[in-house]
Design a protein around this ligand. Structure first.
Ligand code: SAM
Ligand code: MG
Length: 214
């Protein structure tokens, strides 16, 4: 089997999931990570919260911070309206290579732009690189101490519109206290907690949905 956990997840997908069927690839990753090796995907339980937010927002431009193997990327991409784009940022080259192949297996690579690099370096380049204005939805799921600085960077780069939805994973486990304090107390956000459980475990976790008010 593969040399790294992401490689082993990829091999399981290639061996068991139907090519071009995103739901089949998502299920394969979930069953591997629930039964064989835990991995830091948003997972099926919180994934349903993510799905509901994507369907509710019907975004044209989506940003994801933290791709890992592309699990949440697939969940978002499969629900996007026609013409929408999902830009996902991953600083680990090996994870990004695996994610590209998983997204390819799911048949979703045409709707997704995967950029390899640190979010703090890439965020200021996005407007020009994609000839875009504001994001409608941002899924925040990279290292937890980066949630707050990157949110402030998105504000500074003028990438948030009034009504933009930020959805932050793992705000209870492992937690992002500075971020939570900011979005819950700033008059620029209307913020709501969605209780759930940590991916593949019976451990309390939750997601915070914060609407930018401008
Ligand atoms: N969103 C993925 C999912 O649910 O399937 C899981 C992402 S995993 C929890 C976090 C990822 O963020 C890791 O792959 C890590 O390499 C990446 N990462 C951490 N800090 C980053 C940063 N500042 N810029 C880009 N990627 C980062
Ligand atoms: Mg997460």
């Amino acid at each position: 089997s593969g040399k790294s956990r992401p490689m082993r997840i990829l091999q399981y997908v290639q061996n068991t999931a139907v090519q071009g069927d995103a739901n089949s690839v998502i299920s394969a990753v979930d069953s591997y990570c629930a039964n064989v090796e835990w991995a830091m995907n948003v997972g099926d339980k919180k994934g349903e919260i993510l799905d509901a937010v994507v369907l509710d927002v019907r975004p044209r431009w989506v940003l994801e911070l933290g791709t890992y193997c592309g699990y949440s990327t697939m969940r978002i991409a499969r629900l996007l309206p026609p013409g929408a784009r999902l830009i996902t940022l991953e600083m680990n080259h090996h994870y990004a290579q695996v994610a590209k192949q998983i997204l390819g297996h799911a048949g979703l690579d045409s709707q997704v732009d995967l950029l390899v690099g640190a979010s703090s370096a890439l965020i200021p380049q996005l407007k020009k690189k994609f000839d875009m204005d504001k994001f409608d939805l941002v899924f925040i799921d990279h290292w937890k101490t980066s949630y707050l600085p990157d949110t402030k960077l998105l504000e500074e780069c003028d990438l948030l519109a009034s009504g933009t939805v930020l959805l932050a994973d793992n705000v209870t486990c492992p937690g992002a206290p500075e971020y939570l304090h900011y979005v819950r107390n700033s008059p620029r956000y209307k913020s709501l907690y969605f209780p759930s459980q940590l991916e593949y475990l019976r451990v309390e976790d939750g997601m915070e949905k914060s609407v930018f008010l401008g």
